[in-house]
Design a protein around this ligand. Structure first.
Ligand code: NDP
Ligand SMILES: CC(C)CCC[C@@H](C)[C@H]1CC=C2C3=C(CC[C@@]21C)[C@@]1(C)CC[C@H](O)C(C)(C)[C@@H]1CC3
Length: 421
């Protein structure tokens, strides 16, 4: 195969502070995960305490963790390859082709749920994974680094049209971080699509279940707070896998390359930081009053309804604008032939789905009480991620739709939170 090194024009625009920012993030992101996990299991649970309470070096590595992570990823590769469910086509690529993707993530979740239940019934001590959390995270970081190195190296044998628009600056560290290749594949196995929805996302809810089992082991029964966190987050992950096809039109799949940022995000950040609330509750039990439990359930319900309804409305409109559920909505035309919704959910704010997601994020943290900042890490990080994501999407939409996008922004002035932002 011919190297594309000399044939691809370099992109000049960078994000995250360019090569220096990317280098810092490559070091800081794994340290942040290990720091948060260590603080989470410490008695004080204090993020701002200096020096931080860290476990001894020997606690960072355990051969069992290598075995578990390898087994976990291999199981999900097998489930991905199973010929069940339908096969869908992604959006049209720059060379005019469309890639095929298996839609069987929900099956993978169900099989995993059955395996976990069988283990519990057979008395397999799954709660022991709680003690292995840090070595498991260290091992997952190793996998993310190895995968990113593989992706970066292979990207030099990829044709120019298969590279991501933003991942080809020529700065090795930056491109390694952002990802050079858009849809890296081994045969028909799509590495980005696989990582986005399978091992990390399903791993997150399995880790939550481990925390619940640990709580039962310690205190005899699960707390209302732990049950709420488990049920809310399981609903979110089930929803993502049930609507797996919709991920094919997200910016991660359509626009972003697959490099360290997404590999680490999918395999380490999601399972080990999104499960912090459940981990926190094991070492810092919190009793909810029936009233606060009800209020939190309602908040999650409103968030989920907003998130699901708005995402479904846009997906339906993009698939078939004449469908009875969307044809009454007001729209504005664009030069591309596509129309933009200006009424319904997308006439309320420009990102109603982000608003719903943020309300859910809050509902996942509140069961931990308000004595510590740590369980609110997800809300804080997620707000930053969504504001940054909204700005990126806005740039892309302005480039795509020009004056029509400006007209939409005038018509719907608020981005995520009505009258505030
Ligand atoms: N839990 C987590 O960690 C994360 C969750 N998410 C969630 O993922 C989901 C997907 O988010 P994301 O991929 O960022 O983007 P969106 O689903 O918000 O999609 C943005 C795209 O929608 C189209 N669009 C925007 N406005 C309109 C309109 N008025 N009418 C019709 N189409 C419009 C445009 O694409 P086009 O016109 O080309 O169709 C735009 O690029 C969200 O619910 C988000 O909250 C995202 C990141 C992380
Ligand atoms: C490492 C960095 C600090 C940040 C990395 C960002 C990633 C963790 C997120 C980027 C986009 C994501 C999406 C989801 C999970 C988080 C990441 C990978 C998503 C799979 C969650 C479930 C949703 O329903 C979704 C719409 C399918 C999400 C798609 C984007």
């Amino acid at each position: 195969m011919k190297s594309n090194k000399h044939t691809t024009p370099h992109t000049t625009e960078t994000e995250f502070g360019g090569a220096i920012g990317a280098a810092c993030l490559i070091v800081l992101l794994p340290l942040t995960v290990l720091f948060l996990m260590s603080v989470c299991v410490s008695e004080e649970g204090a993020v701002f305490r200096w020096p931080p309470t860290l476990p001894p070096h020997s606690d960072f590595y355990d051969p069992r963790a290598v075995f578990i992570i390898t087994g976990w990823i291999s199981t999900h590769i097998l489930l991905y390859l199973l010929p069940v469910g339908k096969v869908s086509e992604g959006l049209i690529l720059r060379d005019g082709s469309r890639l095929k993707y298996p839609i069987n993530g929900f099956h993978a979740l169900c099989v995993t749920a059955v395996l976990v239940c069988v283990c519990v019934c057979l008395g397999v001590p799954l709660a022991v994974l709680y003690e292995l959390m840090v070595p498991l995270a260290v091992c997952a970081v190793g996998v993310a680094f190895l995968l990113s190195l593989y992706l970066y190296t292979c990207s030099f044998w990829t044709p120019a049209h298969a590279l991501a628009p933003g991942g080809n600056t020529g700065h090795a560290v930056y491109d390694f971080f952002i990802g050079r290749e858009l849809n890296p594949r081994i045969g028909s196995f799509d590495l980005k699509y696989f990582c986005e929805l399978r091992p990390g996302l399903i791993g997150w809810v399995v880790l939550n279940a481990v925390m619940l089992l640990k709580e039962v082991e310690l205190r005899g029964s699960p707390s209302v707070s732990m049950l709420l966190v488990n049920v809310f987050q399981l609903l979110y992950v089930t929803d993502a896998l049930w609507n797996e096809e919709a991920v094919l039109s997200t910016m991660d799949i359509v626009h972003d390359g697959f490099g360290f940022m997404l590999a680490f995000g999918d395999l380490v950040w999601v399972p080990f930081t999104y499960s912090l609330q459940a981990a926190f509750l094991v070492s810092h039990p919190h009793q909810l009053t029936p009233f606060s439990a009800l209020a939190i359930i309602m908040l999650n319900g409103i968030g989920y309804y907003t998130f699901r309804k708005s995402n479904s409305q846009k997906n339906q409109f993009r698939r078939d604008p004449t469908h009875s559920s969307v044809r009454h909505l007001e729209t504005i035309p664009t030069a591309t032939g596509k129309r933009l919704l200006v009424s319904g959910w997308w006439g309320f704010v420009r990102h109603p789905n982000y608003l719903g997601d943020l309300l859910m994020a809050l509902a996942w943290s509140l069961p931990c009480g308000i004595s510590h900042i740590l369980p609110y890490f997800y809300v804080l990080y997620f707000s930053v991620l969504l504001v940054h994501r909204e700005a990126r999407d806005e740039r892309q939409c302005r480039a795509k739709y020009g004056a029509s996008w400006d007209a939409y922004c005038r018509r719907v002035p608020y981005r995520i939170i009505p009258y505030i932002y």
